[in-house]
Design a protein around this ligand. Structure first.
Ligand code: ZN
Length: 397
């Protein structure tokens, strides 16, 4: 079933899922207090750990299921363990929209290399592809050599899985001298960082067009790329917020924060599930003409962030800043405290032949102020000072 309005969804979830009712009651709210998505920040975030604890206390779904267990089609076991239900609807996780936008359709033979055991990923894409009229090869994880043979024998045209395994398959095909016989032209990847260089290599060397998307085991499809491939369009049926992980309140327009999801589902309604993933909204319209905001992809995990003078600083921001300056070989952010005040120092290793000039330090600090919204002091450090860690928090706690 789909809901006529957001209000109808909230009332339904409140009446049918005891754990959701309890969260409203604890926050001192009535269903009518959350009458539009803009009111969602009044509710507390639902952390994955809390979901797991609730499930353990009251198996299997901790009071979040809005239908009898007998109405489910499958129950999955994600790491945690967290139990994930699958409702009766066709394409329950709503990936059809994402895969059809990427061009999958009748005539395609698609090899799904996500696991079909315990976790839902394999079935998620299997079902959406079948709905689109594709033939599915439920290959699952591993068996690289066999998978290459299957790909050749069956004339597989599409791949669904993680990008690193696609690359392994194609390298193996090369070893087996089979690349020329493959009909693979389209790939859909998720659950792993897709390096732009790898995407380009797969296109130029193997003639495989790669699309990516973002989703979770509990929610299913959240966002996906169109052929323009600049950010991801938001999927139907799910409300996405970007929030400050500490306060649970929305961050400013275009700022980086934690992805929080509300799933308007009749079987398993989820309100403000905090993912631990970092992203930002892209507000400019997409050249493809689809309306609405886009997600900037997964930029990192909240756990890696540190709060400096009340603002979150994340490793990917330090990395991105360094990449803007060809004069800089490596960069890290060091957080200290002086007189009870946080101080941020950017330690920069210079590229070979670059002089440590004041002008460069000033430009770097100015750019850091723009992208991190934090004032910093820049110091040039000898080669080898900056290690793997991009943020060093040296404040005593
Ligand atoms: Zn687009």
């Amino acid at each position: 079933m789909s809901f006529l309005s957001f209000q109808e969804f909230i009332r339904y979830a409140y009446e049918r899922a005891p754990a959701i009712r309890e969260r409203f009651d604890r926050a001192g709210l009535r269903p009518e207090d959350v009458s539009s998505p803009a009111d969602l920040p009044r509710l507390p975030l639902l952390r994955k750990t809390e979901l797991g604890e609730r499930q353990q206390a009251e198996p299997p779904f901790g009071g979040f299921l809005a239908a009898p267990v007998s109405h489910l089609r499958r129950i999955f076991v994600s790491p945690g363990p967290i139990y994930d239900p699958q409702g009766r609807e066709e394409d329950y996780w709503r990936w059809e929209e994402a895969l059809s936008t990427a061009g999958f359709g009748p005539g395609d033979i698609v090899q799904v290399t996500f696991s079909y055991h315990l976790t839902p990923a394999g079935f998620m894409f299997d079902e959406a592809l079948q709905k689109l009229g594709c033939v599915v090869v439920p290959a699952g994880v591993g068996n690289t050599e066999l998978q290459v043979k299957v790909m050749r024998d069956l004339g597989v045209t599409g791949y669904v899985g993680v990008p690193s395994f696609l690359y392994s398959l194609l390298k193996k095909a090369e070893e087996m001298n089979l690349v020329g016989e493959l009909k693979l032209r389209r790939a859909w990847v998720t659950a792993e960082y897709l390096a732009p260089e790898l995407r380009e290599l797969l296109r130029s060397k193997y003639d495989v067009e790669v699309f990516q998307g973002y989703g979770t085991a509990d929610v299913g499809c959240v966002a996906y790329e169109c052929p323009v491939k600049q950010g991801m369009h938001l999927a139907q049926g799910v409300i996405v917020e970007i929030v400050d992980p500490d306060t649970g309140q929305p961050v400013g327009e275009g700022e980086v924060g934690e992805v929080v999801l509300t799933l308007m589902d009749a079987t398993y309604p989820l309100l403000r599930l905090a993912t631990g993933d970092l992203s930002a909204f892209i507000t400019e319209p997409c050249p493809c003409g689809r309306p609405g905001r886009r997600l900037a992809g997964v930029l990192g995990r909240t756990a890696a962030g540190v709060k400096v003078r009340g603002l979150f600083l994340y490793p990917h921001q330090v990395k991105a800043l360094a990449q803007e300056f060809p004069e800089i070989k490596a960069l890290r952010a060091v957080v200290t405290q002086h007189d009870f005040k946080d101080e941020l120092t950017l330690e920069a290793e210079l590229a070979e032949g670059v002089e440590p000039k004041e002008e460069l330090a000033e430009r770097l600090a100015a750019r850091a102020k723009e992208v991190m919204r934090l004032r910093s002091r820049v110091v040039f450090v000898p080669p080898g000072t900056v290690g793997e860690e991009l943020i060093c928090d040296r404040r005593s706690r």
